[in-house]
Every structure is written in structure tokens, then in C-alpha cells.
Design a protein. Structure first.
Length: 235
């Protein structure tokens, strides 16, 4: 939903995106254009996953403007809603998703913007980092919170992460997690190389051949297998 700030009776749009990453990429394109000095859509603000405001301009022109989000024009469309005096406003169901927010690895020894990482096809299965093994396991009995940090240091904490971003994965205690061996296991890494954020959409899988008994519970190692993994979500 897009709501304009000048009044509460008109200029409201329903924005439809092809998928969640397109929504995040569209907002990144808008904010990047503003930070680079192109002020045409400076009034657009993201309040939440489902709520934006604008001050008003032809917001639909963002996908027709080559300086903003022209490359997304076949993935986004805007529907102008009835004005308030028409007394018609569709109800938008609440989406209980975590916002993909760029974290700070450590801020005064307190990690901010942390997530659990959960399997989409097996929602009772989470990533769990075991310090004694130095590896990340898929577990139904334990879970670890992680910070996801954009590798580009120019991106401030709080920036919305998009699929094309390279990111670092860090535990709250400051341990970097990456691909640290030839088996492509997700494990502790002293000098991690960044992973593409879109890897959560199909590059990580549960390797049932690599299981460990931890506190008498069999957990299974997470490995990277590009294009052949399953989908994971931040919660």
C-alpha cells in the first residue's frame, strides 16, 4: 500500500510486485537515486514491508525513469485506489515476515538486527551453530540467531538487503560463518568471503550424509550446493 502525505483522501496506490525481492530491489533503486542526488522521488518512504508513503508525485513513474527502476517495469505495477470519499478501500492481509535488514556486526558489543534462519519446506528446522564443531547444522531441537551484514561498507545498518547483495553471516558472539573447506560445509571461517544473499533461495542444502550427534541429538550439516539446495527464510 502506498499512502500520500499531503492529505488522507486521495493519491493512494496498491503496488504489486512479482516477488518480495523485487519489492526490496525497487525500494533500493528509489533510495539510491535520491542518495546520488536525483531528488524526483525523495518523498518515498518505506514504513514497513507493506506500507510506503510518498509526498506526492507520479510514483508509478519510478519504473519508467531510467535513473531509478526502469529495469523493473515488467515486474511491478501500480493500481490507483478509489479516493476516500468513495468509501472503498480493500483490506490487505498482514504478512508475518521479518524485514531483511542490514545489520551491524557489533555495536558497543551488542549485535543488532538478528535473525533465525528457517527451512521453508521444513519449518521446524533451523540453522544452529555448534561452537564445539565449528559448523552450522540443520536442527529441530536448537537454533542460533545470526546477523546478516552487507559486504559493501557504504551500506548503513538498517538498509534493506536485496538478492544481489553480497553478505556476511555472523553469530551474536562475532563468529563469521562461511564456506571454509572443500566439502562446501557452512562453518566457522577466519577470513570469510561474502555469500550472495540470494543463496538463501536455493543454494544451501541439508547433507544427510554428514550428521553429528550433539547432546544425543542427530543434527545434519548445512552445505552449499548452488541451484540444488532448498529455500531458507529469515525469521
Amino acid at each position: 500500500m502506498l499512502f500520500q502525505l499531503k492529505n488522507d483522501w486521495g493519491g493512494r496506490y496498491l503496488i504489486t510486485f512479482a516477488n518480495r525481492d523485487v519489492a526490496d530491489t525497487w525500494y533500493r533503486a528509489v533510495t539510491d537515486s535520491v542518495s546520488q542526488g536525483y531528488r524526483r522521488f525523495a518523498g518515498v518512504q518505506r514504513i514497513s514491508l507493506q506500507w510506503y508513503t510518498h509526498d506526492p508525485e507520479n510514483i508509478w513513474e519510478t519504473v519508467n525513469d531510467p535513473k531509478v527502476a526502469f529495469n523493473l517495469r515488467d515486474k511491478v505495477f501500480f493500481t490507483l485506489l478509489n479516493d476516500k470519499n468513495c468509501r472503498v478501500l480493500s483490506t490487505i492481509p498482514v504478512l508475518n515476515y521479518a524485514d531483511h535488514v542490514n545489520g551491524a556486526r557489533q555495536v558497543l558489543l551488542i549485535t543488532v538486527f538478528v535473525f533465525y534462519i528457517r527451512s521453508v519446506p521444513q519449518p521446524d528446522t533451523y540453522w544452529s551453530y555448534d561452537s564445539s564443531k565449528g559448523a552450522v547444522f540443520a536442527s529441530r531441537s536448537r537454533r542460533t540467531m545470526f546477523t546478516i551484514t552487507i559486504a559493501d561498507h557504504a551500506r548503513a545498518p538498517g538498509t534493506i538487503i536485496v538478492g544481489s547483495d553480497d553478505v556476511y553471516i555472523t553469530t551474536p558472539s562475532g563468529i563469521d560463518v562461511g564456506i571454509a573447506n572443500t566439502l562446501n560445509q557452512l562453518s566457522r571461517s577466519v577470513n570469510p568471503f561474502p555469500l550472495r544473499f540470494s543463496s538463501f533461495y536455493g543454494d544451501f542444502q541439508i547433507d544427510h550424509s554428514l550428521s553429528e550427534s550433539i547432546d544425543h541429538v542427530n543434527d545434519t550439516v548445512i552445505v552449499r550446493n548452488p541451484g540444488k539446495g532448498e529455500t531458507w527464510e529469515l525469521v
